[in-house]
Write a protein that binds this ligand. Sequence first.
Ligand code: IPD
Ligand code: CA
Ligand code: CA
Ligand code: CA
Length: 261
Amino acid sequence: MDWSMVDQLVQKWLVEARGRILTSLQQRLTIESKSNANDLVTNIDRETEQFFIEKVKDHFPNHRLLGEEGFGDDVQTLEGIVWIVDPIDGTMNFVHQQRNFAISIGIYEEGVGKLGYIYDVMNDELYHAENGKGAFYNGEQLPILQPVELKEAIVGLNTTWVVPNKRVNHERLIPIVKQARGTRSYGSAALEMAYIAVDTLDAYITMRLSPWDFAAGMVILKELGGICTNLEGKPLSLTDSSPVVVARPGLHDELMNIINR
Ligand code: IPD
Ligand code: CA
Ligand code: CA
Ligand code: CA
Protein backbone atom coordinates (compact mmCIF):
# COMPACT_ATOMS: atom_id res chain seq x y z
CA MET A 1 0.00 0.00 0.00
CA ASP A 2 1.27 3.49 -0.85
CA TRP A 3 0.53 5.04 2.55
CA SER A 4 1.62 8.56 1.57
CA MET A 5 -0.96 8.49 -1.20
CA VAL A 6 -3.61 7.36 1.30
CA ASP A 7 -2.44 10.11 3.68
CA GLN A 8 -2.91 12.79 1.03
CA LEU A 9 -6.40 11.54 0.24
CA VAL A 10 -7.46 11.39 3.89
CA GLN A 11 -6.22 14.92 4.53
CA LYS A 12 -8.19 16.12 1.50
CA TRP A 13 -11.33 14.30 2.65
CA LEU A 14 -11.00 15.75 6.16
CA VAL A 15 -11.02 19.28 4.75
CA GLU A 16 -14.05 18.42 2.64
CA ALA A 17 -15.84 16.88 5.64
CA ARG A 18 -15.05 20.02 7.67
CA GLY A 19 -16.68 22.18 4.98
CA ARG A 20 -19.82 20.07 5.12
CA ILE A 21 -19.95 20.22 8.92
CA LEU A 22 -19.52 24.01 8.93
CA THR A 23 -22.34 24.36 6.41
CA SER A 24 -24.55 22.02 8.41
CA LEU A 25 -24.11 24.17 11.51
CA GLN A 26 -26.04 26.90 9.72
CA GLN A 27 -28.98 24.52 9.34
CA ARG A 28 -31.19 22.83 11.89
CA LEU A 29 -29.65 19.69 13.41
CA THR A 30 -31.66 16.53 13.95
CA ILE A 31 -30.73 15.32 17.43
CA GLU A 32 -31.66 11.89 18.76
CA SER A 33 -30.71 9.77 21.78
CA LYS A 34 -29.20 6.30 21.48
CA SER A 35 -28.55 4.09 24.56
CA ASN A 36 -29.77 6.75 27.02
CA ALA A 37 -31.00 10.35 27.11
CA ASN A 38 -27.44 11.74 27.23
CA ASP A 39 -26.05 9.53 24.46
CA LEU A 40 -26.69 11.86 21.54
CA VAL A 41 -26.40 11.39 17.79
CA THR A 42 -27.18 13.88 15.03
CA ASN A 43 -27.78 13.72 11.31
CA ILE A 44 -24.24 15.12 10.92
CA ASP A 45 -22.65 12.19 12.79
CA ARG A 46 -24.44 9.89 10.35
CA GLU A 47 -23.79 11.96 7.22
CA THR A 48 -20.09 12.35 8.06
CA GLU A 49 -19.68 8.60 8.56
CA GLN A 50 -21.46 7.94 5.26
CA PHE A 51 -19.23 10.50 3.53
CA PHE A 52 -16.08 8.60 4.59
CA ILE A 53 -17.59 5.22 3.74
CA GLU A 54 -18.38 6.43 0.23
CA LYS A 55 -14.83 7.76 -0.25
CA VAL A 56 -13.17 4.61 1.10
CA LYS A 57 -15.38 2.24 -0.91
CA ASP A 58 -14.81 4.27 -4.09
CA HIS A 59 -11.02 4.34 -3.77
CA PHE A 60 -10.30 1.12 -1.87
CA PRO A 61 -13.15 -1.34 -2.46
CA ASN A 62 -11.35 -4.15 -0.59
CA HIS A 63 -10.75 -2.14 2.61
CA ARG A 64 -13.24 -2.52 5.45
CA LEU A 65 -14.58 0.28 7.63
CA LEU A 66 -15.73 0.13 11.25
CA GLY A 67 -17.72 3.24 12.15
CA GLU A 68 -19.50 4.23 15.34
CA GLU A 69 -22.82 4.88 13.65
CA GLY A 70 -22.93 1.41 12.10
CA PHE A 71 -23.02 2.22 8.38
CA GLY A 72 -19.73 0.44 7.76
CA ASP A 73 -18.82 -3.24 7.81
CA ASP A 74 -19.44 -5.77 10.54
CA VAL A 75 -15.79 -5.89 11.62
CA GLN A 76 -14.97 -8.79 13.97
CA THR A 77 -11.28 -9.21 13.13
CA LEU A 78 -8.52 -6.90 11.94
CA GLU A 79 -7.56 -8.93 8.88
CA GLY A 80 -6.58 -6.87 5.85
CA ILE A 81 -6.94 -3.09 5.94
CA VAL A 82 -9.52 -1.68 8.33
CA TRP A 83 -10.50 1.98 8.74
CA ILE A 84 -11.81 2.74 12.23
CA VAL A 85 -13.86 5.93 12.11
CA ASP A 86 -15.57 8.12 14.66
CA PRO A 87 -17.28 10.70 12.44
CA ILE A 88 -17.83 13.08 15.35
CA ASP A 89 -16.11 12.40 18.64
CA GLY A 90 -17.64 14.66 21.26
CA THR A 91 -21.20 14.75 19.94
CA MET A 92 -22.45 16.30 23.16
CA ASN A 93 -20.00 19.16 22.67
CA PHE A 94 -21.03 19.38 19.01
CA VAL A 95 -24.70 19.74 20.00
CA HIS A 96 -24.27 22.03 23.01
CA GLN A 97 -21.16 24.04 22.19
CA GLN A 98 -20.65 23.69 18.43
CA ARG A 99 -16.96 23.16 19.21
CA ASN A 100 -14.57 20.81 21.02
CA PHE A 101 -15.33 17.83 18.78
CA ALA A 102 -13.18 15.95 16.30
CA ILE A 103 -13.21 13.55 13.40
CA SER A 104 -11.12 10.51 14.37
CA ILE A 105 -9.74 8.00 11.86
CA GLY A 106 -7.30 5.15 12.47
CA ILE A 107 -6.20 2.94 9.58
CA TYR A 108 -4.84 -0.50 10.45
CA GLU A 109 -3.26 -3.23 8.31
CA GLU A 110 -3.33 -6.72 9.86
CA GLY A 111 -3.84 -5.02 13.24
CA VAL A 112 -0.88 -2.65 12.86
CA GLY A 113 -1.71 1.07 12.99
CA LYS A 114 -0.53 2.71 9.76
CA LEU A 115 -2.19 6.14 9.79
CA GLY A 116 -4.02 8.11 12.48
CA TYR A 117 -5.97 11.40 12.26
CA ILE A 118 -7.68 13.50 14.89
CA TYR A 119 -9.14 16.62 13.35
CA ASP A 120 -10.42 19.41 15.59
CA VAL A 121 -12.97 20.70 13.12
CA MET A 122 -13.76 24.15 14.53
CA ASN A 123 -10.13 25.06 15.28
CA ASP A 124 -8.93 23.52 12.00
CA GLU A 125 -6.22 21.66 13.94
CA LEU A 126 -4.99 18.34 12.60
CA TYR A 127 -3.10 15.83 14.72
CA HIS A 128 -1.86 12.97 12.58
CA ALA A 129 0.76 10.26 12.36
CA GLU A 130 2.18 7.74 9.94
CA ASN A 131 3.63 4.53 11.33
CA GLY A 132 7.41 4.88 11.61
CA LYS A 133 7.45 8.46 10.28
CA GLY A 134 6.36 10.34 13.38
CA ALA A 135 3.41 12.39 14.54
CA PHE A 136 2.47 15.89 13.44
CA TYR A 137 0.41 18.87 14.57
CA ASN A 138 -0.80 20.89 11.58
CA GLY A 139 2.01 19.36 9.55
CA GLU A 140 4.74 20.14 12.07
CA GLN A 141 6.64 17.16 13.48
CA LEU A 142 6.06 16.62 17.20
CA PRO A 143 8.89 15.76 19.64
CA ILE A 144 8.98 12.45 21.56
CA LEU A 145 7.13 12.68 24.89
CA GLN A 146 9.36 13.01 27.94
CA PRO A 147 8.59 11.33 31.29
CA VAL A 148 6.71 13.32 33.91
CA GLU A 149 5.64 12.64 37.50
CA LEU A 150 2.02 12.73 38.60
CA LYS A 151 2.67 15.65 40.93
CA GLU A 152 3.51 17.76 37.87
CA ALA A 153 0.91 16.24 35.54
CA ILE A 154 -2.47 17.36 34.25
CA VAL A 155 -4.75 14.34 33.96
CA GLY A 156 -7.82 14.14 31.73
CA LEU A 157 -10.51 12.55 33.87
CA ASN A 158 -14.28 12.86 33.81
CA THR A 159 -15.86 13.46 37.23
CA THR A 160 -18.25 10.55 36.52
CA TRP A 161 -15.48 8.13 37.52
CA VAL A 162 -14.63 9.67 40.89
CA VAL A 163 -18.13 9.23 42.28
CA PRO A 164 -19.64 5.76 42.85
CA ASN A 165 -20.26 4.16 39.45
CA LYS A 166 -20.82 0.77 37.89
CA ARG A 167 -17.47 0.42 36.10
CA VAL A 168 -14.72 1.05 38.63
CA ASN A 169 -14.22 1.26 42.37
CA HIS A 170 -14.03 5.05 42.31
CA GLU A 171 -11.85 5.06 45.43
CA ARG A 172 -8.99 3.76 43.31
CA LEU A 173 -9.01 7.01 41.36
CA ILE A 174 -9.18 9.45 44.28
CA PRO A 175 -5.39 9.39 44.98
CA ILE A 176 -4.81 10.34 41.33
CA VAL A 177 -7.04 13.40 41.68
CA LYS A 178 -5.35 14.33 44.95
CA GLN A 179 -1.78 13.86 43.75
CA ALA A 180 -2.03 15.31 40.24
CA ARG A 181 -1.18 18.94 39.59
CA GLY A 182 -4.65 19.24 38.08
CA THR A 183 -7.44 17.40 36.26
CA ARG A 184 -9.41 18.37 33.17
CA SER A 185 -12.37 16.98 31.25
CA TYR A 186 -12.82 17.99 27.63
CA GLY A 187 -15.59 15.63 26.50
CA SER A 188 -13.86 14.19 23.46
CA ALA A 189 -11.70 11.12 24.02
CA ALA A 190 -9.95 11.61 20.68
CA LEU A 191 -9.04 15.22 21.48
CA GLU A 192 -7.90 14.21 24.96
CA MET A 193 -5.48 11.74 23.35
CA ALA A 194 -4.38 14.39 20.86
CA TYR A 195 -3.75 16.79 23.75
CA ILE A 196 -1.30 14.28 25.24
CA ALA A 197 0.57 14.33 21.94
CA VAL A 198 1.09 18.10 22.24
CA ASP A 199 1.66 18.23 26.04
CA THR A 200 -1.64 19.96 26.79
CA LEU A 201 -2.51 16.91 28.93
CA ASP A 202 -0.12 14.34 30.39
CA ALA A 203 -2.59 11.48 30.82
CA TYR A 204 -6.18 10.53 30.09
CA ILE A 205 -8.13 7.95 32.08
CA THR A 206 -11.62 6.69 31.32
CA MET A 207 -13.59 3.58 32.12
CA ARG A 208 -15.24 2.88 28.81
CA LEU A 209 -14.17 3.64 25.29
CA SER A 210 -14.85 1.97 21.97
CA PRO A 211 -12.27 1.27 19.26
CA TRP A 212 -13.37 4.30 17.21
CA ASP A 213 -12.63 6.56 20.20
CA PHE A 214 -8.98 5.49 20.53
CA ALA A 215 -7.93 3.92 17.17
CA ALA A 216 -6.45 7.17 15.81
CA GLY A 217 -5.00 8.33 19.12
CA MET A 218 -3.13 5.04 19.51
CA VAL A 219 -1.36 5.49 16.16
CA ILE A 220 -0.41 9.07 17.02
CA LEU A 221 0.80 8.37 20.56
CA LYS A 222 2.78 5.28 19.56
CA GLU A 223 4.96 7.50 17.36
CA LEU A 224 5.69 9.71 20.37
CA GLY A 225 6.33 7.02 22.99
CA GLY A 226 2.95 7.55 24.70
CA ILE A 227 1.48 4.44 26.34
CA CYS A 228 -2.12 3.25 25.83
CA THR A 229 -3.44 0.30 27.87
CA ASN A 230 -6.44 -0.99 29.77
CA LEU A 231 -6.62 -0.85 33.59
CA GLU A 232 -4.41 -3.94 33.90
CA GLY A 233 -1.70 -2.41 31.74
CA LYS A 234 -2.55 -4.72 28.80
CA PRO A 235 -2.76 -3.55 25.15
CA LEU A 236 -6.16 -2.25 24.01
CA SER A 237 -8.25 -4.41 21.69
CA LEU A 238 -9.50 -2.74 18.53
CA THR A 239 -12.56 -4.96 18.39
CA ASP A 240 -13.85 -4.40 21.96
CA SER A 241 -14.67 -1.52 24.24
CA SER A 242 -12.49 -1.16 27.31
CA PRO A 243 -11.29 1.09 30.12
CA VAL A 244 -8.36 3.15 28.88
CA VAL A 245 -5.29 4.64 30.56
CA VAL A 246 -3.17 6.77 28.24
CA ALA A 247 -0.10 8.60 29.46
CA ARG A 248 3.40 9.78 28.92
CA PRO A 249 6.14 7.28 29.78
CA GLY A 250 6.88 7.09 33.53
CA LEU A 251 3.53 8.60 34.41
CA HIS A 252 1.76 5.54 32.99
CA ASP A 253 3.62 3.27 35.48
CA GLU A 254 2.79 5.62 38.33
CA LEU A 255 -0.91 5.59 37.41
CA MET A 256 -0.93 1.78 37.10
CA ASN A 257 0.63 1.44 40.56
CA ILE A 258 -2.04 3.64 42.09
CA ILE A 259 -4.97 2.07 40.25
CA ASN A 260 -3.86 -1.50 41.00
CA ARG A 261 -2.54 -0.86 44.51
C1 IPD B 1 -17.70 10.04 23.50
C2 IPD B 1 -16.66 11.08 23.86
C3 IPD B 1 -16.60 11.26 25.35
C4 IPD B 1 -16.32 9.95 26.07
C5 IPD B 1 -17.37 8.93 25.68
C6 IPD B 1 -17.40 8.73 24.17
P1 IPD B 1 -18.94 10.31 21.11
O1 IPD B 1 -17.72 9.83 22.09
O2 IPD B 1 -15.39 10.71 23.40
O3 IPD B 1 -15.60 12.17 25.71
O4 IPD B 1 -16.35 10.17 27.44
O5 IPD B 1 -17.05 7.71 26.30
O6 IPD B 1 -18.39 7.80 23.84
O7 IPD B 1 -20.11 9.48 21.47
O8 IPD B 1 -19.15 11.75 21.34
O9 IPD B 1 -18.39 9.95 19.79
CA1 CA C 1 -21.65 8.54 20.21
CA1 CA D 1 -16.46 8.81 20.28
CA1 CA E 1 -19.03 9.69 17.72
